[in-house]
Design a protein around this ligand. Structure first.
Ligand SMILES: [Fe+2]
Length: 315
């Protein structure tokens, strides 16, 4: 049955109501880096730790910090490090923490992602699950991570999610859905009462402004912290929320006294390529699906990601 094909479906336990965000914030910070889609890149992890340290900022990982890290030592060190910070689980953490539910990678890939790619994602997940099986304590810690967090910075309410406002693996906040069905995302924003949703999961970044009952609202998807997000680039992307703009930001928007920005995660590209090639040689599922993107970025431009009336340093 089509709805239960591994990698295509959205398991019922992935879902929550947009109303869950109407609660007191559990995370308060002066400035916050939200890091989604690290995908097991240890050099990107090093880079975001340094970025946060430089500013004294709080780090929140919004899922899929695991993916390419099938090497046991790397699996252990990435998870031990991330779990010292605020974190929500992505579909990858959820699937490796639990027993095989038939959801495959749990990506809930939409129809525009091809069958071969979905199959390769399921193969990567199977390998990662094999590695994770030797670490029951880490699996347990991943399994009890929340699916969403509410943060507050200078009165701004921020919903930190992996997918969207109603599913851990939802695609409503993807650049594609925000172009084709912005009214759906606007309704989710209105139903949640948050000013900013910071999400990831759907591979490509986007920042889109909305008019909301509380004033301007924003959906910011960082794409991937551990892989390039734009054509001919070699850096990942994280979301930064703070009172003063960063000189590093590629683009951003201002909401009252706060700026929400996309900042580059400039990791050691050569080291990451070498590590990736060793673990995932030519012909492996990860090499076939991701090597080209890791080497030189996807066919996507900064201008396509910025859908705000606000400042942009992209040009
Ligand atoms: Fe994901």
């Amino acid at each position: 049955m089509a709805r239960t094909r591994p990698g295509r479906s959205c398991p019922r336990h992935y879902r929550y109501s947009p109303a869950v965000f109407a609660r007191a914030a559990e995370l308060r910070a002066q400035s916050l880096f939200i890091v989604g889609g690290l995908y097991g890149n240890p050099f990107a992890l090093e880079a975001v730790l340094a970025m946060a340290r430089r500013e004294g900022a709080t780090l929140a990982f919004n899922g899929d910090f695991n993916w390419f890290n099938v090497d046991p030592a790397e699996f252990e060190s990435i998870n031990e490090t991330v779990l010292r910070h605020a974190a929500v689980r992505g579909n990858v953490e959820t699937e490796i923490a639990g027993e095989d539910s038939g959801a495959g990678c749990g990506c809930a890939y939409p129809e525009w992602v091809g069958e071969a790619e979905v199959g390769r994602s399921n193969e990567i997940l199977t390998r990662l699950r094999g590695t994770a099986s030797a670490y029951p304590e880490l699996r347990e810690r991943l399994g009890v991570l929340p699916m969403h967090l509410v943060a507050e910075i200078a009165g701004l309410r921020i919903g930190i999610v992996h997918g969207d406002a109603e599913s851990l693996a939802g695609w409503q906040f993807s650049q594609e859905a925000l172009r084709e069905r912005p009214e759906r995302a606007a309704a989710l924003l209105a139903g949640s009462g948050v000013d900013v949703f910071a999400c990831t999961h759907t591979c490509l970044p986007v920042m889109r402004e909305f008019d909301a009952p509380r004033g301007k609202a924003l959906i910011v998807n960082n794409g991937a912290a551990g892989m390039p997000n734009f054509r001919d680039t070699r850096f990942g992307l994280a979301t930064r929320i703070a009172s003063t703009p960063s000189a590093q930001a590629l683009y951003g928007a201002r909401l009252g006294a706060t700026v929400v920005e996309a900042v580059p995660v400039r990791y050691d590209h050569e080291a990451w390529m070498a590590r990736f090639d060793r673990v995932w040689p030519a012909g492996s599922p990860a090499a076939l699906s991701y090597r080209k993107r890791i080497a030189s970025g996807p066919g996507y431009e900064v201008e396509q990601a910025v859908r705000t009336g606000a400042f942009s340093r992209a040009a």
